[in-house]
Write a protein that binds this ligand. Structure first.
Ligand code: ZN
Length: 310
């Protein structure tokens, strides 16, 4: 099985009539409502592996400007950042600057924003859940954990981006994008509930009861091998009606090249594991949005199980 086997043609998608979603690659999504735009972990730059390892990382300004231009109509804009690794946080300061979006993430993410001269960030406390509104969206940040897939069963590049971080020399190297605290996001849009889980680990005791039975789970599936019983535990905690798996694309490749999966994605095993514990959930994959040329129009959400669609 391959993600493309679960990709519906855009014309077949239907969901909440006025809500649109695009997958930006990795854990990145854009949610567009008539009055607001939410970005989650937007990462369009997709640096090469060589650059990640040896050079300072520079956001791809043209791609980020193209994304920002698409949201120019919205009155409310926010960027949610699950953690501050490069593939979740590198593009956030520039996108925030171009869109005027407010950033919600860890202290580590707020330090990164500050290093770029911006105070437009809220440092979420990791000891509790935080709820806030962005236009019609109600967001609850839920403390969570990162997959421990580095050698020795550790979180890769653990720790915080310090408040003393200095980008004056042309940016930070990949490894300087420390993980920081990790958050999931429960996003409510009217009666429709989504849950973004940006690293393949979870803290069940932090998940609020409102997240049970979410209509749609945006689920990171890379490096899930490091978390014991990740799929069964996630399904037990959230009972999602539908799942959009993500963060399986090789983010060191450009989005306009044929997609390659990250090592150990084992997509078929993911589907089998999901079905083993939850029967026949709706699994849908979204096309990877490329900003190398004109980006495709946003697709309405796929219909989760049990949801009556217009
Ligand atoms: Zn990470």
């Amino acid at each position: 099985m391959h993600p493309r086997d679960f990709q519906l043609p855009a014309a077949a998608f239907s969901g909440p009539r006025d809500l649109r979603i695009r997958w930006l690659g990795t854990a990145g999504f854009e949610l567009v409502a008539p009055d607001a735009v939410l970005y989650i972990d937007p990462y369009l730059t997709r640096v090469s592996l060589g650059r990640f390892l040896f050079r300072k990382l520079v956001p791809h300004a043209d791609r980020i400007a193209a994304l920002a231009a698409d949201a120019a109509h919205a009155r409310a804009r926010a960027i949610l950042v699950s953690h501050s690794h490069f593939d979740h946080a590198l593009d956030v300061p520039l996108l925030a600057k171009l869109t005027g979006a407010h950033v919600y993430g860890s202290r580590s993410t707020a330090n990164l924003m500050q290093a770029h001269g911006s105070e437009a960030a809220t440092a979420l406390e990791h000891g509790r859940r935080t709820t806030f509104d962005c236009g019609s969206f109600r967001v609850t940040a839920v403390p969570s954990a990162h997959s421990t897939f580095a050698l020795g069963g550790r979180v890769p590049y653990a720790g915080d981006i310090p408040c003393t971080c200095d980008i004056a020399g042309g940016g930070l190297k990949g490894g300087a994008y420390r993980c920081g605290d990790v958050f999931n996001f429960l996003i409510e849009y009217g009666d429709f509930r989504m849950y973004h889980l940006g690293s393949a680990n979870l803290a069940e005791d932090q998940i609020p009861s409102e997240a049970r039975g979410v209509d749609l789970l945006l689920l990171c599936i890379v490096a899930r091998f490091a978390t014991e019983k990740f799929i069964p535990r996630t399904v037990a905690a959230l009972s999602p009606g539908a799942v959009i798996p993500m963060h399986y694309d090789n983010m060191f490749r450009r989005a306009d090249k044929p997609m390659m999966l990250l090592p150990r994605t084992d997509f078929g095993r993911f589907v089998d594991d999901l079905r083993a514990v939850s029967g026949e959930p709706t699994v849908v994959t979204l096309p990877l949005t490329s900003f190398a040329s004109a980006p495709p129009a946003a697709s309405p959400l796929p219909p989760p199980q049990g949801l009556t669609t217009p």
